[in-house]
Design a protein around this ligand. Structure first.
Ligand code: 5AD
Length: 389
């Protein structure tokens, strides 16, 4: 004998929880429909809480990440867009990225310029070469220069301070951002006194066990975090961040990242998908997800409404429209490459890193057009954190 489905009346609602109609559907379907619907409404409440309170519990961060759906992402991006508009309008800030040395004493398993990579062709830029990058960048409209490099002990505090002071005296209306890794408190202090304004130091992962999977024993999460606290205390606009989809990363690790970011309250946060590099121990690991990176950018915007969040090069490398998607998800910074063309391919942190197309400084006009197409405007100013002006 065939079992007749039990038909029961239900009320149906649209995605904004507005009542649509009464209809009759089989009971089994009702349960499924009802649980999915309730789950989405539940998750939307988490997003609303994030909007108001700027953080969630560890468990709820995990739920919010794991339960994501296109509908939930759309809801998140809508909120993130409104928050970003409130503080920044439709402005996108730009930074000229100068990769001045690819020597590095560290041996991070994910990074293409790790010490053990004998295939990397090493270079250092002279002070004159860096200044001429700034010159070129200034003419294009850049008012922030990011000096990024591996941890290269050849650059002592004196050498770096001299470089920073020279840039600041030649271009007094510009900000200098450093991204040169872990150094002592005194070193950070002297570079700040030389004129550096901001410092980027991704924490990479705030999950202790995960940190050990990505780094050799010579590096510790504790020291990494301490460096970030030191930078904040000294007065830098400080940036942390992490890779999305790095080997062995779990949702629990990402929840730790978000909790640490909430604690640190950085002025900048950079996140991008992990991309394998062919000469590293992680060469066979899968790349990170663009979709999850965008979702996390949305979450970060709600957590830190006034934060400077870049649509990163890694995002642009995995998706030709990655920059635009990053901005639409809540980012508000682009960092075109201002390094001399002759060295760009040598700063290969991961395979296929883009560096000569619209992400390069000389193609700023084309980047501007792309931003205009999605309703954003590139701003040629220092672009400080609103609370640090
Ligand atoms: N994939 C993605 N990002 C990477 N980085 C280093 N190696 C990779 C990789 N393989 C990121 C790190 C570092 C920043 C400069 O580049 O997060 O902090």
């Amino acid at each position: 004998m065939a079992i007749q489905p039990v038909i029961i009346p239900v009320k149906s609602y649209d995605s904004n929880a507005n009542f649509i109609s009464n209809r009759s559907i089989p009971a089994a379907q009702t349960i499924y429909f009802d649980s999915c619907f309730r789950y989405t409404v539940f998750m939307k409440e988490f997003i609303d809480t994030l909007l108001k309170e700027h953080t969630l519990s560890r468990e709820n961060f995990i739920r919010l990440i794991d339960a994501r759906t296109p509908e939930l992402s759309a809801y998140l991006f809508e909120k993130a867009d409104a928050v970003r508009k409130k503080h920044f309008g439709n402005s996108v800030y730009i930074r000229g990225l100068i990769e001045f040395t690819n020597y590095c004493v560290n041996d991070c398993y994910y990074c293409g310029i790790r010490r053990s990579n004998r295939e990397a062709s090493r270079y250092r830029l002279s002070k004159e070469a860096v200044l001429s990058c700034c010159e070129e960048g200034y003419a294009l409209g850049f008012r922030t220069f990011v000096l990024q490099g591996g941890e290269d002990r050849r650059y002592s505090d004196e050498t770096l301070s001299d470089l920073i002071a020279s840039i600041k005296s030649r271009f007094p209306d510009c900000a200098v951002t450093l991204s040169v890794g872990e150094r002592s408190y005194d070193s950070y202090q002297s570079l700040f006194e030389a004129g550096a304004d901001r410092y980027l130091l991704r924490h990479e992962t705030a999950d202790e066990a995960h940190y050990k999977k990505l780094h050799p024993a010579s590096l510790s999460l504790e020291n990494r975090k301490q460096c970030l606290w030191n930078l904040k205390e000294i007065g830098y606009q400080t940036g942390c961040g992490f890779m999305v989809g790095s080997p062995c990363q779990r949702t629990e690790s990402i929840a730790e990242d978000l909790l640490f970011i909430h604690e640190l309250q950085p002025e900048m946060v950079g996140i991008g998908p992990f991309i394998p590099h062919h000469d590293t121990p992680f060469k066979d690991f899968p790349k990170g997800s663009v979709e999850l990176t965008l979702y996390l950018i949305g979450i970060l915007r709600l957590m830190l409404p006034k934060c400077l969040i870049p649509a990163t090069t890694a995002l642009g490398t995995l998706d030709p429209e990655g920059r635009e998607k990053g901005i639409l998800a809540g980012a508000n910074v682009c960092m075109p490459n201002l390094s001399p063309i002759s060295v760009r391919k040598k700063y290969l942190l991961y395979d296929n890193k883009i560096c000569t197309g619209d992400e390069s400084a000389e193609h700023l006009k084309s980047l501007s057009k792309r931003m205009a197409k999605i309703g954003f405007q590139i701003i040629k100013s220092r672009g400080d954190h609103p609370d640090k002006i």
